[in-house]
Write a protein that binds this ligand. Structure first.
Ligand code: ADP
Ligand code: MG
Length: 314
């Protein structure tokens, strides 16, 4: 009898999404156990790299959201160490961490429509703010109002503002300037519907429509409130959902995200024109996360979903 590879779920991490990652990773380890797969958990921090590598793990389930676990760094370490892992590779992870770069690629490959957007580095944004009378007219002329100002490399809706008037620009840019190496993104505001698609190994599992009580799907709606509505399938019709699934499959193809489960966020305007927003390469896997909801409707219970993702580790 051959024994199964020594498996670990990598959770925690150093990003702002640490607590969510602990919930995701714990849920995954429990689900794997229900599926008959023994897996340890390891609380990741970049300073624990040597300790991690000393355990002789042979297979890694990455359950880290944001930071080194989602930006390609952990993936690169595992590549060098020759340890197979779940999900997308180093290059795809680092591209998808940058909402502007990933939109650029999706646009250039013709995979899906994207909102109009442009960027400023944080040092450039800060020097405009420090001039005392910041002039945003070049950006407003190009993007129009309302627009969305947000950090290009963060998640969980942190630092996202919908700007209706020019006078709100300074505060919005300040909120999005999270760190000196951030990029501030200015994006056409899409008013209508909020949607997400889960794909497993490049094939769409289904659509979830999100109906937040506030104006947008903010941090509170994601993690604290219980009055956000989630509809799978969406209320926008089977044809619309099918179209969105095809777009999601084209996006993950263009961004090389066809391994494991990823979540692709879209918006649709009132005429149901869809726009690609971002790919989450390590989506939440807690009991109230979107991917497990979509997978359940597609006939995969959580233990089955987790064991299928693990089977694809490479
Ligand atoms: N261009 C946009 N138009 C309208 N709403 C937006 C736009 N960009 C972001 N939002 C709102 O902000 C939320 C977070 O934005 P997103 O780009 O998905 O970043 P993240 O989820 O990584 O924080 C979206 O789910 C949506 O509710
Ligand atoms: Mg998002």
């Amino acid at each position: 009898m051959t024994s199964s590879p020594k498996t670990v779920v990598l959770l925690g991490g150093e990003s702002e999404e640490r607590e969510i990652s602990i919930q995701s990773g714990t849920a995954i380890a429990n689900a794997l156990s229900q599926a008959g797969i023994e897996a340890e958990t390891f609380d990741w921090d970049p300073s624990r790299m040597r300790d991690f590598l000393s355990h002789g793990y042979e297979r890694v389930f990455i359950a880290l959201h944001g930071g080194s676990g989602e930006n390609g760094t952990v993936q690169a370490m595992l590549d060098l160490a020759g340890i197979p892992y779940t999900g997308v590779g180093m290059r795809a992870a680092s591209v998808c961490m940058d909402k502007f770069l990933s939109k650029d690629i999706v646009r250039a490959r013709g995979a899906a429509p994207v909102p109009e957007c442009m960027t400023l580095s944080v040092p450039d944004a800060v020097s405009r703010l420090e001039s005392g009378h910041a002039d945003w007219s070049d950006i407003i002329d190009k993007i129009g109002l309302p627009m969305v100002v947000k950090p290009a490399r963060n998640g969980s809706s942190v630092g996202v503002t919908i700007v209706d008037t020019a006078s709100q620009m300074d505060d919005a840019v300040r909120s999005a300037s999270l760190s000196p190496d951030e990029i501030v993104m200015f994006e056409q505001y899409i008013c209508g519907h909020e949607l997400t698609v889960a794909t497993l190994n490049g094939k769409a599992l289904g659509v979830c429509q999100i109906i937040p009580k506030n104006r947008f799907y903010d941090y509170d709606a994601k993690y604290n409130r219980s009055d956000t509505q989630y509809l799978t399938p969406s209320s926008l019709g089977a044809d619309f959902d099918a179209k969105l699934c095809r777009l999601a499959e084209a996006v993950v193809q263009a961004l090389d995200c066809t391994s494991g489960v990823v979540r692709i966020d879209f918006l649709a305007d009132r005429d149901l024109n869809p726009y690609f927003l971002e790919v989450n390469t390590v989506p939440g896997m807690t009991s109230h996360s979107l991917v497990p909801k979509i997978a359940a409707k597609a006939g995969y219970d959580f233990p089955k979903l987790c064991s299928m993702i693990l089977d694809m580790a490479h």
